[in-house]
Ligand binder design. Structure first.
Ligand SMILES: C[S@@+](CC[C@H](N)C(=O)[O-])C[C@H]1O[C@@H](n2cnc3c(N)ncnc32)[C@H](O)[C@@H]1O
Length: 217
């Protein structure tokens, strides 16, 4: 019997428990409207990492409509500040609405800007973060990382989502469709880079759409 990745995901998804009814409703709506959000499996792993790390300050690159920002805030019981960046104005406005509906306005701070620009500004204003979640344009992960890493400390965790790009990353770039080659090369170079840094311990997992988890030593 052939078992596909979707079969595995469906099985593991059976263990998923939503944070609460409001978050379950927001997930359902986003999925129905094809708005990007973290996969269930990713959410379960993020939840576990947050339980272990207990961060007080979180930086997110790529808000979409605020699902993961609200999840992180609610999961930590509100004892956290989540700063999240989105460059699409309509999504940013939707995120504002969702954050307010999910009663996370006190803990989630939304920024509408290009991430690299916003990250430089956060760094200039002396901000530091215990936990970073990178979940935006995949071909720019290196740039997001380079800015975000300036604002972490020993013991911080950086998680990057979608690093396997629906398994595309494992295809040698020259054998991939032309339109995907640059993305694949960029992601492979990025993973090569972060897994070889001296002061950072990184693992790359197949979870969800591929997740890298880095621990700053
Ligand atoms: C996968 S979605 C984020 C999903 C969200 N983290 C969640 O799970 O609810 C990626 C988002 O990043 C945004 N984005 C892409 N490139 C960006 C950039 N350079 N600066 C800021 N946001 C960006 C996109 O507009 C999109 O809404």
């Amino acid at each position: 019997m052939e078992i596909s990745k979707d079969d595995v995901l469906e099985y593991i998804g059976g263990f998923y428990v939503p944070e609460d009814d409001d978050m379950a409703a927001l997930r359902e709506l986003n999925e129905k409207e094809n708005i990007p959000l973290i996969w269930r499996e990713t959410e379960m792993i993020m939840g576990m990492l947050l339980d272990i790390a207990q961060p007080h300050t979180i930086l997110e690159v790529g808000t979409a409509v605020g699902y993961s920002a609200c999840f992180m805030s609610k999961h930590l019981g509100g004892d956290v500040k989540v700063t999240t960046i989105e460059n699409d104005y309509d999504r940013f406005m939707q995120a504002n609405e969702n954050v307010s509906r999910q009663k996370c306005s006190e803990t989630v701070n939304l920024i509408c800007d290009d991430a690299v620009h916003a990250l430089k500004q956060l760094h200039d204003s002396g901000r530091m973060f215990d936990f970073v979640f990178i979940d935006a344009a995949k071909s720019h992960y290196s740039e997001f990382w380079d800015e975000a890493v300036k604002m972490v400390h020993r013991g911080s965790i950086i998680v990057c989502d979608n690093v396997l790009m629906r398994s595309m990353t494992v295809i040698p770039p020259d054998e991939a469709e032309h339109k995907h080659r640059t993305n694949i090369r960029n992601m492979r170079n990025f993973l090569e880079y972060i897994t070889n840094l001296e002061n950072v311990k990184t693992i790359v997992t197949e979870a969800g759409d591929g997740l890298s988890i880095s621990y700053i030593r």
